[in-house]
Design a protein around this ligand. Structure first.
Ligand code: FMN
Length: 300
């Protein structure tokens, strides 16, 4: 019997649905036992979000400051797992506070040390550098990263910004004004993600994951958009400055967060289109570098 643990956090239920769909082929196999472990914070984040709370989560998300989590059940902690599926979302270009908090807890060390881990990302579309941070967090627990699946909103970047904001602030994953596409990962992509579970099951059974990521990528598990990587890198530099400026403030924190809000609007609606045009013009010059980067971020 193989023991598989699925660790996840989800506010809207999207990431839980993705994790359960991927885990389905494993659950249907009589030789595999699947245990689900939601991450629960002692002080939970609101959903739907209010604007102040949404921006207030920025400094601690980006600087990866952990919060206290509720201990997983004894039943979860008592078992030794052959494989862990870790489903996480990105908050401000970093693994979300709940997931970061879990990975920095003693529980994660106990559950993940010397264990193969497959990360499952469900986010808007900007996850590449968050996955680099995830690699470091996993190293800290002694886990081995053997695979990664990243499901995103495939619509144009700016459309996904509009629709996700509406979704996060209303709590409803539906077509904004009846004309915009539905926000987040599409129903089709979620439904079809069980194909990744079938691939994972095959490698779990042979207890070797050396070709897993290649097969996952061949089946569309990781789509890389070079422009988003460029934006991710640029935004990480700016977020670092803002987060370090804000984290030490107490009384003036709300005012600083308002400043960050304005910066974010300018970055998305003014700077990003300019970067996009420059990206298109310089694309032929950077072709080799982009191809190398694409292969790197598709790997583990
Ligand atoms: C505070 C906050 C910040 C976010 N930042 C990002 C981000 O930097 N990149 C991204 O692709 N998605 C971002 N998202 C979207 C999430 O990754 C995720 O897709 C969404 O919150 C739904 O996940 P759920 O399953 O927890 O409901 C953010 C969401 C929240 C709430």
């Amino acid at each position: 019997m193989k023991n598989v643990l699925v660790v996840y956090y989800s506010q809207s239920g999207q990431l839980e649905e993705i994790a359960r769909t991927i885990a389905k082929p494993l659950m249907e196999d009589t030789e595999v036992s699947v245990t689900f472990c939601p991450i629960v914070l002692e002080k939970s984040f609101p959903f739907p979000w209010k604007k102040e709370a949404f921006f207030d989560a920025f400094p601690e998300s980006f600087l990866q400051v952990p919060s206290k989590i509720v201990a997983p059940s004894e039943e979860v902690l008592a078992k030794k797992y052959d494989l862990v599926l870790l489903a996480y979302q990105v908050w401000y270009l970093s693994p979300s506070i709940p997931v970061n908090s879990f990975l920095k807890s003693d529980f994660a060390k106990r559950l993940l040390e010397n264990t193969s881990v497959i990360t499952i990302i469900g986010c808007r579309n900007m996850w590449a550098l968050a996955q680099e941070k995830m690699k470091k967090l996993l190293q800290g627990t002694g886990a081995q990263l053997v695979g990664n699946v990243a499901l995103v909103d495939r619509h144009i970047n700016h459309i996904s910004v509009i629709t996700i904001v509406k979704w996060m602030f209303s709590g409803e994953k539906k077509k904004y004004l009846g004309i915009f596409p539905k926000p987040g990962v599409s129903e089709k992509d979620i439904l079809e993600s069980s194909k990744f579970g079938k691939i994972i099951l095959k490698y779990l059974k042979i207890n070797s994951y050396s070709n897993l990521q290649t097969e996952l990528v061949a089946n569309d598990a990781v789509e890389i958009r070079p422009f988003l990587i460029e934006m991710d890198k640029k935004a990480n530099k700016m977020f670092k400055i803002w987060a370090n400026l804000i984290i030490g403030k107490t009384n003036s924190r709300p005012a600083w967060l308002k400043g960050f809000n304005v910066y974010l609007l300018v970055a998305i609606w003014v700077m990003s289109p300019i970067v996009y045009i420059l990206h298109l013009f310089t694309y032929p010059l950077k072709f080799v570098k982009i191809r190398k980067e694409k292969a790197y971020f598709q790997g583990v």
